[in-house]
Ligand binder design. Structure first.
Ligand code: BES
Ligand code: ZN
Length: 629
């Protein structure tokens, strides 16, 4: 019996349920997207032109739209009738266009965004009007009519007219028209990678093929944060997979309402300003977005049910990059080749341990249907399914394969093979498993693959089998953390035998790990609020940190255990920081902390006060979290 007979194939193959388009009838030869930004109207007008190959000879084209105004449609240069269906929840309004049953078809659609557009955020930046878009997973349809599925890819030409500098998802090309910016994206990309940013953007170099863009106010800090490792990251990734194909890797630090840590826009990765924290400790997010240049942007999941193929692979590459950087650092400090490699692996394993902890925590708290590796999104909103699961369950699935198939030396050739095989394409999980067999069976490893319970790995909810991880770097933290647990359990707080100096030998990652350890332990032991209230003077280093990782975990410890009320300085400071932090990783747990640690009324009133600051996606999620939706 072949593995394909054992694998429940219907669960990992099929059409994308998150699109209403009839995408499987067409191939998109190329797309031209021409936009015009109006800061006055807070709207974007545009024309999209598709050159299609009609594979099946259908007489209907169906595209995705949502809260979009369609002005007119031309088919093969002649005005054509169209019909916009009533909006359905989540998937939006299908746009129907009658077409001739010919093989090549040219479609031109004029449109305009509306106030309800979920992809774009207009705001006042530090130095002028600013707008940015965020289309993943299915928000592109609120920006322009499209086949809004990652199964469809097309090369693009982009044009945008705006009074302020524009960046889009491609390589800039010289434009002779004033206020019009042009870009070329010769590599086929899906709709979710289409992006536009416009504002008072300046740039500074952070590597031989990389610039960082931001408003001029913090350009220098941005440059400092990323210039040390940008090119190292690229070269390590190239050695691991193959040459970087997109020519330049530039990145853009957005205003603080950007809802994610980073977004892998081709040629212009978008980043949250929370990465620019002055200690270079968050630059691994840049490594993550860079890794998407292979996993996600070249090799793409064919629907959001297989999102782990994008994110699990990206975390896998990110951790390999992180390990290689740690090894490089050890070498530069005079360690031998072997010692350095061992240290690099320890660093990778330490990062895995944080990942494992967040995987367990997510499995324990999140909707079980979404803790599977491959999920079912029929009738569901992909934004609701978003969690650490595709990242960490995906990672640990790949790590299991790495181990079982003989370690990195044996797994690395597969990495290159897999990415070569699927570059410029979209795939599902069955394609992935098939490719494992294709590659490893001739190497005598078919039995190893057959020993894996694919149905359990891919379709079961909850925590997978626990991997054995090297805890060397964590053990130092555990040893110190246990002293805290003993101290709290003894119950004599007349003298607190701890201070900042205790952790001075810890790396930043170990410090974060320590706070996570305390936060977790304090959930299961009785911690008197009077003791908690003294913590800021015990650890001024944590209390003063500007790094979001510290701010969130530190305040979690304080507010969850300190019995504070809305008037306390600690709460006011944190609530104020939240009101200016749109990164969902921080904002969503932050409001839940206010709700559970102070009161529901307080959390809601704070959110209401800052509501207009957030990106529509973030706002919608916090509304759901606080029971306002
Ligand atoms: N592509 C994601 C961000 C994303 C996911 C946007 C789903 C919309 C829907 C990006 O690459 C990402 O994973 N960002 C992480 C960074 C982290 C894992 C290093 C984030 O934002 O937290
Ligand atoms: Zn990612």
């Amino acid at each position: 019996m072949s593995f394909m007979d054992k694998l429940n194939i219907s669960k990992c193959r099929g059409l994308d349920p998150s699109t209403q388009s009839n995408y499987s009838d067409f191939k998109v030869n190329d797309t031209t997207l021409d936009l015009a930004v109006s800061f006055e109207n807070r709207a974007i007008e545009g024309v999209v032109l598709y050159n299609l190959f009609n594979k099946t000879g259908t007489d209907q084209l169906v595209l995705d739209t949502n809260v979009l105004r369609i002005k007119d449609v031309k088919v093969n240069d002649s005005p054509a009738a169209f019909e916009l269906e009533m909006a359905k929840p989540v998937v939006g309004s299908a746009l129907h266009i009658s077409i001739p049953r010919e093989s090549t078809i040219k479609i031109e659609i004029s449109f305009e965004t509306t106030e309800e557009c979920t992809a774009i955020k207009f705001m006042m930046g530090d130095t002028g009007p600013f707008v940015f878009s965020q289309c993943q997973a299915i928000h592109a349809r609120s920006l322009f009519p499209c086949f809004d599925t990652p199964a469809v890819k097309s090369p693009f030409k982009f044009f945008a007219k705006s009074p302020a500098r524009v960046t889009m998802s491609g390589r800039p090309i010289v434009s002779k028209i004033p206020d019009v910016y042009s870009f070329d994206q010769p590599i086929p990309i899906p709709s979710y990678l289409v992006s536009l940013t416009s504002g008072n953007l300046h740039k500074a170099p952070i590597g031989p093929r990389s610039d960082i863009y931001s408003e001029p106010t913090n350009l220098k800090q941005c440059q400092w944060e990323f210039e040390k490792d940008m090119e190292n990251y690229i070269q390590i990734a190239e050695a691991l997979v193959f040459d970087y194909e997109w020519e330049r890797f530039d990145a853009l630090v957005l205003p603080s309402s950007f809802p994610y840590g980073g977004m892998e826009i081709p040629n212009m990765t978008q980043l949250t300003p929370t990465l620019v924290c002055g200690d270079r400790s968050q630059t691994t997010v840049m490594a993550h977005e860079l890794a998407h240049s292979w996993s996600g942007n070249l090799v793409t999941n064919c629907s959001w049910e297989h999102f782990w193929l994008n994110e699990g692979w990206t975390v896998y590459l990110e951790r390999r990059i992180l390990g290689a950087i740690a090894a490089k650092e050890a070498r530069s400090q005079g360690k031998s080749e072997d010692e350095s490699r061992a240290y690099g692996e320890q660093a990778r394993q330490f990062d895995m341990l944080s990942g494992w902890n967040s995987l367990v925590e997510t499995c324990d708290s999140f909707d079980p249907q979404y803790t599977k590796l491959v999920i079912d999104l029929k009738g569901k909103d992909p934004d609701d399914s978003f969690s650490r699961i595709p990242y960490e369950k995906g990672f640990f699935f790949l790590y299991l394969l790495e181990k079982k198939l003989g370690g990195v030396e044996h797994f690395d050739p597969f990495i290159k093979f897999y990415f070569k095989k699927f570059r410029y394409k979209s795939l599902d999980t069955a394609d992935f498993v098939e490719t494992l067999y294709e590659f490893f069976s001739p190497l005598g490893k078919k039995d190893v693959l057959d020993s894996i319970d694919w149905n359990k790995q891919l379709f079961s909810s909850g925590v997978p089998d626990e991997p054995v991880l090297d805890t060397s770097l964590a053990d130092e933290v555990y040893e110190y953390g246990r002293k805290w647990v003993d101290f709290v359990q003894k119950g004599d707080f007349s003298l607190i035998p701890f201070s900042d100096a205790d952790t001075s030998s810890f790396s930043i990652e170990q410090n974060i790990f320590f706070l996570e350890y305390l936060s977790e332990k304090f959930k299961s032991i009785e911690v008197p609020p009077e003791l908690v209230k003294k913590l800021p003077s015990v650890y001024p280093k944590y209390a003063r940190s500007q790094n979001g990782e510290f701010i969130t975990t530190w305040n979690d410890i304080l507010i969850r255990n300190g019995n504070y009320n809305a008037e306390d300085e600690v709460v006011k400071r944190f609530a104020n920081w939240l009101g200016h932090t749109g990164r969902m990783k921080y904002a969503r747990p932050g409001y839940l902390l206010l709700k559970n640690g102070v009161s529901s009324e307080f959390a809601i009133s704070q959110f209401k006060k800052h509501e207009s600051f957030y990106h529509p996606i973030c706002r919608a999620m916090i509304e759901k979290d606080l029971g306002l939706a």
